[in-house]
Design a binder for this molecule. Structure first.
Ligand SMILES: [Cu+2]
Length: 136
């Protein structure tokens, strides 16, 4: 009589430790944290989120392009222009492309500051606009 030797497969349980506290994720990509005294606005195809952010004078807004297309955050009045923000591409570590994918602007005056994407202008993408409302 042959004794069957059952080879048991060791099931390795990989505990994925997610250390990102308070960061949101879209397209499987994790946002870089907002800057000190700042907030994040996400850019996607084709929308800013939140479309309206309300901050206080002195706040730094950081726009993060999740793509998949290249976008910009461009002030309607020319106050700031990020130029092209390259998306993460959805692979690898987001941090690897953070330098090209984010833009920061610190608001030093109260007011309502609207912006758009220079590559996808409101004339063609009427809902692809955003506003930073800066409170004194
Ligand atoms: Cu765009």
């Amino acid at each position: 009589m042959r004794a069957f030797h059952l080879v048991s497969l060791g099931i390795a349980a990989f505990a994925l430790a997610c250390g990102g506290s308070g960061s949101s994720s879209m397209n499987g990509v994790t946002d870089p944290p907002p800057p000190m005294n700042g907030v994040n606005v996400t850019i996607a195809d084709f929308k800013f989120s939140p479309a309206v952010d309300t901050v206080k004078v002195g706040t730094t807004v950081q726009w993060v392009n999740h793509g998949p297309s290249e976008h910009s955050t461009t002030s309607d009045t020319g106050l700031w222009n990020s130029g092209g923000l390259v998306p993460s591409g959805g692979t690898g570590s987001y941090a690897a492309s953070t330098g090209g994918s984010t833009f920061q602007f610190t608001f030093t005056q109260a007011g309502s500051f609207s912006y758009h994407c220079m590559f996808h202008p409101p004339s063609q993408y009427p809902s692809f606009v955003g506003t930073s409302v800066v409170m004194p």
